[in-house]
Ligand binder design. Structure first.
Ligand code: SAM
Length: 285
């Protein structure tokens, strides 16, 4: 940890860098965490790694040593100069100075996969202020990617890797489960960063499923139902979906719940993804 601490401090001093809170800058200084991220991403010379928010380049360095190609996407111009100085001589390094939410990742992946670089993977110590939009973009853009390994706040991580129906279930739990098999890699103490964040962090891995967890002609309807159910999660599912006009009226709702063997007073968090898929199928009839 001392080595990365010293290296990070030296780079920050050399370039006059103060961590920008608004950009979620917390630089990783824990070598064990870096190595665990590399290991759980299973990085090989056949991989294209897209690193979101490389910052000073702590993860980038190890990625460049292990991957076929590394494309970094960083919003902060100050970091671009540092990254180019550090890694400009690596032939497998590329950097894009932009907001990751505005970048056409599909295009980048298509342009870079070939006979030698066969799989695309996402690796990131994410800026926490936009964790959810970034993850939603990675999934909803239907990218040709193998896996996503990210460091995020522990609290969010627990919702993402929960099995639908478990105690940490939120609407996003279902979205992740639909697209991925997810698991915890490790918990990361606050002392692993400069500056220390106020929240505990966790590294998680999301492996993209070959086929979604449930088959539906129009998954958008199911996601709309899930969103409506969790918007009023204290209410019964019957009431929240009737209020949101997913069910035309309570009677129709009761009939659908009965048909699907769901209790009348069931709540959003008690349902499995398959239950929501079944409600969507009934609604679409
Ligand atoms: N990867 C570095 C590390 O582990 O030390 C830095 C991680 S820091 C938590 C998040 C990084 O994301 C910062 O470098 C920040 O400038 C960058 N960032 C913030 N918002 C971004 C955005 N919208 N698009 C791309 N990068 C962003």
């Amino acid at each position: 940890m001392r080595d990365l601490f010293d290296e990070t401090k030296t780079i920050m001093k050399k370039y006059g860098i103060k961590a920008n809170k608004d950009l979620g800058q917390n630089f990783l200084i824990n070598n064990e965490v870096v190595e665990n991220i590399i290991k759980s991403s299973d990085v090989s010379k056949e991989d294209l790694i897209i690193e979101i928010g490389p910052g000073l380049g702590t993860l980038t360095k190890r990625l460049l040593e292990n991957a076929g190609k590394v494309i970094c996407i960083e919003l902060d111009k100050k970091m671009i100069k540092i990254l180019n100085d550090r890694f400009g001589n690596y032939s497998n390094f590329e950097i894009i100075n932009d907001d990751v939410l505005k970048v056409d990742l599909n295009k980048i992946i298509k342009e870079n996969l070939n006979n030698n670089i066969k799989k695309a993977k996402i690796v990131a110590n994410l800026p926490y202020y936009i964790t959810t939009p970034i993850i939603m973009k990675l999934l909803e853009d239907k990218l040709d990617i193998d896996s996503i390994v990210v460091m995020i706040q522990k609290e969010v991580a627990e919702r993402l890797i929960e099995t639908p129906g478990g105690k940490n279930t939120g609407a996003i739990t279902h979205t992740i489960f639909y697209y991925c098999e997810s698991e915890k890699v490790m918990e990361v103490p606050n002392s692993s960063f400069i500056p220390e964040p106020e929240v505990t962090s966790e590294v998680i891995k999301m492996k993209l499923r070959k086929k979604p967890a449930v088959e539906l002609d129009n998954p958008k309807v199911m996601f709309m139902i899930i969103k409506s159910a969790f918007m009023q999660r204290r209410k019964t599912l019957l009431n929240s979906l009737t209020n949101a006009q997913v069910f035309t009226n309570k009677q129709e709702g009761l009939e659908i719940l009965k048909k699907l063997n769901l209790e009348e007073n069931v709540r959003a968090e008690n349902l499995k993804l398959e239950d929501y898929a079944n409600i969507a199928r009934e609604i679409e009839k």
